[in-house]
Design a protein. Structure first.
Length: 481
């Protein structure tokens, strides 16, 4: 069956390509009206550590036939549970709505704590996946059940894992009708989900740069959340990347967890958190350091219904050593990664304000000193980024290369990174937030800076390498060290 959006897109492409850029975005038909869930009056049971056997999460590309059967059965049972008893909090749509609750809420404007765009991102999704994994294991009667991960960063795997996309119809419990990508869609390198662009993401040298910072009025996502994580969301919803608005399910956070691929995508994000922490670096990569005024990150808790419908609370501290406390590990795919070095220091906070893209901004920068590694990273900041409500964005960032294009190789020494914005809700519900983007400059980036000034070029990307309409504003570009 051809989804409606494809045939409509083809029609517009034939009649008027310019209309396509601006308007042809399928509306999110399944944006929930209400994603709250019943909260018991009794206090939650405090999580005391997993008591089941160790579970091993494998790449969705490496599952055995038996594991594929088990995975499909688990999601089939989850969907059936929601039909048999729509009030069962473990069922499919209520599970998907837990994610909606934590990322903008439903059409009724009711929402919980925001756990995206900052340092709650990794631990919250870990607790969410853990809870669902235990439910799925219960449903198939197998306590060793483990979610697979979608390692789009492994060469050759920047596509839907076949188990999710073949057959690409409702006979497959892992299929989602509101998904633009199919078995033959390939992710462009410009999205930085693999290759040199991805290596740049994983080379973020500090906790703030990789994991993000506390989120309040503004959001401060880390390099993985704010880069390929968002890119894969947007791409899965609309692999053409031609709609400015986010496209359900995966391309809008309120609907993203209605696609089973969400959980494989986030298992990969969860695995990459480990990869970053375990990458040798000086200074070593760590989880957030608590402020002197007292711990903030580790004691924070969230509550869920567990596999037995017991309302329980789990803390960030419970997520830190998942093998010990949550009883799961990752079986790694074969990849290698490089560690960055830093050779030079720049400093220049300079304000710039522009409202178009592709766009080059020139900022003055004074070389301060040349220092060998280990050094504090030199960081490029793009503060106050805003896109219109509902808009999705993927923007590549280059230093000293005004001719940069959507297809410029990420191995180019001028390539800094990518930032992506996944809208929380559809345009109609109007949710915007200022974002502050921070990216470490690599040694290769720094070597492209010759004199006392430099420029930064922002390039919105589309899959075909065509310029893409994007209305994005930012307030300030500057460098710190
Ligand atoms: Cu909670 Cu990938 O988003």
């Amino acid at each position: 069956m051809i989804p409606l959006r494809v045939s409509v897109a083809a029609l517009f492409l034939f009649v008027c390509p310019f209309v396509l850029f601006a308007q042809n975005c399928p509306p999110p038909v399944d944006e929930p009206s209400d994603c709250s869930f019943p909260v018991p009056t009794a206090a939650p049971v405090v999580f005391a550590g997993d008591t089941g056997p160790m579970r091993v999460r494998k790449s969705a590309f490496e599952l055995t036939t038996a594991e594929v059967t088990r995975l499909r059965l688990a999601f089939a049972k989850l969907r059936q549970l929601a039909k048999d008893d729509p009030t069962d909090p473990r069922g499919w749509m209520l599970q998907a709505n837990v994610h909606c609750w934590y990322c903008g809420g439903g059409n009724d404007q009711l929402a919980g704590e925001e756990i995206h765009d900052g340092f709650w991102f990794f631990p919250w999704h870990r607790t969410y996946l853990y809870t669902l994994e235990k439910i799925l294991g219960q449903l198939v009667g197998d306590p060793t059940f483990a979610l697979p991960y979608w390692d789009w960063d492994t060469p050759g795997r920047a596509m839907l894992p076949p188990v999710y996309a073949t057959p690409n119809d409702a006979t497959n419990p892992l299929f989602d009708v509101e998904r633009g990508a199919t078995a033959t869609s390939l992710m462009p390198t410009s999205l930085a989900a693999y290759g040199p662009g991805f290596a740049t993401v994983m080379a973020a040298p500090t906790t703030d740069l990789f994991m993000g910072q506390p989120t309040g009025i503004e959001s401060n996502p880390g390099s993985l959340e704010g880069g390929p994580h968002g890119a894969v969301h947007i791409w899965t919803g609309q692999p053409s990347l031609l709609c400015q608005d986010g496209v359900a399910d995966m391309g809008i956070l309120a609907t993203a967890a209605q696609d089973p691929i969400f959980f494989a995508h986030h298992a990969n994000i969860d695995r990459l958190w480990d990869v970053w922490l375990n990458t040798p670096a000086t200074p070593p990569h760590t989880n957030p350091i608590e402020p002197a005024s007292g711990p903030v990150w580790r004691p924070h808790t969230w509550t869920y219904y567990d596999q037995n419908k017991v309302w329980y609370s789990i803390a960030v501290s419970d997520t830190i050593n998942h093998a010990t406390s949550l009883h799961y590990t990752y079986q790694a795919p074969n990849t290698t990664s490089a560690t960055p070095t830093y050779m030079m220091v720049m400093a220049s906070p300079t304000a710039t304000k522009v409202t178009s893209a592709p766009h080059t901004a020139t900022i003055s920068a004074t070389p301060v000193a040349a220092v060998p590694p280990p050094a504090k990273p030199t960081v490029l900041h793009i503060d106050g980024v805003i896109v219109p409500p509902g808009a999705a964005a993927a923007v590549r960032v280059f230093i000293n290369l005004p001719t940069a294009s959507p297809t410029t190789d990420a191995a180019d020494p001028h390539y800094v990174g990518i930032f992506t914005i996944v809208p929380h809700t559809s345009a109609a519900r109007g949710h915007t937030k200022r974002r502050n983007i921070a990216m470490a400059l690599s040694a290769a980036n720094l070597q492209t800076i010759a004199g006392g000034s430099m420029n930064v070029t922002l390039v919105p990307v589309a899959a075909e390498g065509a310029p893409r309409s994007l209305n994005l504003t930012y307030e300030k570009i500057y460098i710190t060290r």
